[in-house]
Design a binder for this molecule. Structure first.
Ligand code: 8OZ
Length: 366
């Protein structure tokens, strides 16, 4: 029987086990630069088969929350290099999750105080976080403007540049393209956010075009074997919805199949919520079959609400890797605890977003 604790090769990534630390936003990077606490936090968790960093902005325009990190300034890359060096010193493997929030932003977070960008000028009914004098405040996202057709190559170039910097300068083993949770690439994919009438809107092929161009560009620049992608076919996170997600995502994975990616990372159901949504049914088995039938060889990574038992079941059902989120917040030695069947520390929601060491680097190992 396959177990979570066996090594696994995903493209160019050599993983000590099949347990992945999911990307987790922690809002502890003032000025978008990770601090020394981030070095401690990630290196404490280096026994995961793979660490995926918190979502990290590819450009100032891609920023949507207070104190989330970036990959576009030299001091950010230097700070990340300290993180990757510390993780590698412990034998870990770490990829950067590259992110453009699209419309999930606020004018205050945008360069020059301008409107955030989106496929179409449709405001997301969701909130973001601003921090004033150290005090976080949840605010409605700002009305976005639709990206001009002539701006799209620049967005693709930003993803490519960030991926190259992540690998060549910051020392990451690869990148995970964040195409989930209602951010820019998911906004282009889905009918609820994309009403464009050009080559990037309308048909499934058109709505998937940006995601595929970005993935081709990133894979072309750093090698497909160093690239993963995160998808959330039916999550309602950040006010996103598609009228018919099954054929949309089957098209997406067929297009991804020839790119030689390290892995596809699927959020099943509502991000951080129910795995089954009665009003948004989705057949993940059919999705995986479509990817394999099209020749896709990347690892199949599953996420959302897993514990050790459910994770072993997922491997038995054919998943390759399982990503754990909140359990990794509270358990730096999650791999050991799962292997030994030890009790788990309980995560404290009050310290998920923002703050310092408390609830970040002070959860005890066994
Ligand atoms: C929680 C808070 C802010 C952002 C995601 C990057 O949902 C996020 C995120 C999560 O993917």
């Amino acid at each position: 029987m396959t177990t979570l604790f066996e090594p696994f090769v995903a493209g160019a990534l050599k993983l000590a086990n099949r347990i992945v630390m999911a990307p987790l936003t922690r809002n502890r990077s003032p000025g978008a630069v990770p601090t020394g606490l981030a070095v401690t936090y990630y290196s404490q968790r280096a026994s995961a088969g793979l660490l995926v960093t918190e979502a990290t902005a590819i450009s100032p325009q891609g920023q949507g929350y207070a104190d989330v990190p970036g990959l576009y300034a030299p001091e950010q890359l230097q700070a990340w290099k300290r993180v990757t060096d510390a993780v590698h010193a412990k034998g870990g493997c770490i990829v950067s999750q590259i992110w453009h929030v699209g419309r999930v932003s606020h004018t205050e977070l945008q360069p020059g105080g301008v409107a955030p960008v989106a496929p179409s000028a449709i405001t997301a009914k969701t909130k973001t976080v601003l921090i004033h004098d150290g005090v976080p405040a949840f605010v409605e996202t700002s009305a976005p403007r639709a990206l001009g057709l002539e701006e799209i190559p620049g967005i693709v170039a930003d993803y490519r540049r960030a991926a190259v910097a992540a690998v060549n300068e910051a020392g990451f083993d690869g990148v995970e393209i964040h195409a989930a949770n209602g951010y820019l690439l998911d906004q282009f994919l889905k009918t609820g956010a994309n009403v464009r009438d050009d080559a990037y809107g309308g048909s499934i092929e058109n709505r998937a075009r940006l995601l595929i161009e970005v993935t081709q560009a990133v894979a072309g620049a750093v090698g497909g074997g160093r690239v993963g992608i995160r998808l959330s076919p039916v999550t309602p996170a950040n006010d996103i919805v598609d009228a018919d997600p099954q054929p949309l995502f089957e098209h997406v994975v067929r297009q991804l199949a020839p790119l030689g990616l390290a892995y596809l990372h699927l959020i099943e159901g509502a991000t951080g919520g129910p795995r089954e949504l009665p009003d948004r049914p989705f057949d993940y088995r059919a999705l995986k079959a479509a990817y394999r039938a099209a020749g896709g060889r990347g690892a199949w990574m599953v996420n959302n609400g897993y514990d050790g038992k459910l994770a072993e079941q997922a491997l038995a059902d054919g998943a390759d890797l399982v990503a754990f989120g909140k359990w990794f917040i509270a358990n730096p030695d999650l791999v050991r605890r799962l292997r030994e069947g030890a009790a788990l520390n309980v995560p404290d929601k009050a310290t998920f977003y923002g703050g310092g060491a408390k609830g970040y680097t002070d959860y005890p190992a066994l």
